[in-house]
Design a protein around this ligand. Structure first.
Ligand code: AMP
Length: 402
């Protein structure tokens, strides 16, 4: 099966074409950025090593999808003789409300749910829908499948997803924890179980997805039990630019004393906080902050310490929530690449049974690996995430079963 995976954002379109029958080979991938803004550009490469990178004229997602698919059959850069070879399109979609709990073929009904979800994910769902409609126009007749970030967390029990608020806010206004990064948490937990050799149904796993956005999930028997992001991706651990957990009264207080509108406050919490705000060096990239800390910048060292401490607290909380643990997984940009961060998160946890093999922790690799010592009570793993591949696999499954 040939599957095209589309991730349509507010001004970007990411695409990857897989041949699922040839060992899930990536035939081509690309990224169009700054769509509808000045300086629109596209990067593209195919499995033969041919690359394209230049300014392009793309005003909207539909034109972006058309350009992407033109490249797939282009005489110089193409990898398909005809677009008819594409069997299905998998779309990354952020919010499925309580209505969608697994990957699903896109129908008019599913589109309605996406529109409803826009209430809770105004920055993502409308663009995801535009991406689907662009594919329907450019590749008519090819089935579209939606893979939702929230879906994996639909198994959380009410004690994990309800907030201590008037119940009517849940029943009437859908205020609850939904969680995000579900595709990634699910994917790395499945690989962790494969490496461990025991079935996922018998395991308790904590997955730490630590990228620019970051979230931690407690998984039992292959099902999400709790996760750190909430109604929106703002809750949980400190992130690149997001505050993570804080006393909700701070929001009201800061709005009052700084005369901020809801939109300005939203911007402060989502775009100016996290390690960007704490470090004071104008970067949200952990590499920059680690480098500055290594050169003696105390504020950066403190920001890293806070970042790691918050992750440690979630691991402790989820260890208790799961009533024990089998595997702890680190994934995403910082989780996969920063041995300093992993060591800092696990420092002082030997007594609780987390024994990090420091040599293994320091090895740079793009392969899934175990970084705990043989006598560690819990296995500690680094597993590179691959949300695109996970979406392609889900899309294939949906199409095969329908
Ligand atoms: P992601 O959102 O998964 O693409 O992760 C991107 C983030 O991962 C970057 O903003 C960095 O903060 C972090 N990151 C990537 N590589 C490294 C590295 N070698 N060391 C520390 N952090 C890294």
């Amino acid at each position: 099966m040939i599957i095209l995976v589309i991730n349509a954002g507010s001004s970007s379109l990411k695409f990857t074409l897989y041949d699922m029958d040839d060992n899930k080979k990536v035939l081509a991938n690309g990224l169009i950025e700054r769509i509808g803004i000045e300086g629109t550009s596209m990067k593209y490469s195919n499995f033969k090593g041919e690359k394209f990178q230049d300014k392009v004229d793309v005003k909207n997602a539909r034109e972006g999808t058309k350009l992407a698919t033109d490249f797939l059959v282009d005489s110089k850069y193409g990898v398909l003789s005809s677009l008819e070879a594409i069997n299905g399109i998998g779309h990354r979609i952020v919010h499925g409300m309580e209505k969608i709990s697994e990957p699903i073929r896109v129908t008019e009904k599913v589109k309605e749910v996406l529109k409803e979800g826009a209430l809770l994910a105004p920055l993502h769902n409308p663009h995801n829908l535009v991406g689907i409609e662009a594919c329907e126009a450019v590749l008519p007749g090819v089935p579209n499948v939606g893979v939702f970030d929230t879906a994996f967390h639909s198994t959380m029990p009410p004690r994990a997803y309800l907030y201590g608020l008037p119940y009517s806010l849940y029943t009437e206004d859908h205020i609850r924890r939904y969680g995000f990064h579900g595709t990634s948490h699910h994917y790395v937990s499945k690989i962790a179980a494969q490496i461990d050799g025991r079935p996922a149904s018998s395991l308790r796993i904590i997955t730490c997805h630590l990228g620019n956005g970051a979230s931690i999930t407690a998984i039992k028997g292959g099902k999400s039990q709790d996760t750190s992001m909430g109604l929106t991706p703002l809750e949980g651990v400190i992130m690149g630019t997001r505050s993570g957990d804080l006393d909700p009264a701070i929001v009201i207080h800061v709005m009052e004393i700084k005369n901020k509108t809801p939109k300005e406050m939203d911007n402060l919490l989502n775009k100016q906080s996290g390690v960007l705000g704490l470090s004071g060096i104008g970067s949200s990239d952990l590499r920059d902050i680690e480098e500055a800390a290594n050169k003696g910048n105390q504020q950066c060292a403190q920001a890293l310490d806070i970042y790691a401490y918050r992750i440690k607290k979630y691991i402790g909380a989820y260890l208790a929530a799961l009533g024990g643990l089998d595997i702890l997984v680190f994934t995403a940009g910082a989780g996969e690449n920063s041995s300093t961060l992993r060591a800092s998160v696990l420092s002082g946890l030997d007594g609780l049974g987390f024994k990090l093999d420091t040599e293994k922790n320091d090895v740079r690799s793009s392969e899934p690996r175990v970084i705990s010592t043989p006598d560690s009570l819990y296995k500690i793993m680094v597993i590179p995430t691959n949300e695109e591949l996970a979406i392609a696999e889900s899309t294939e499954q949906v199409l095969k079963s329908s």
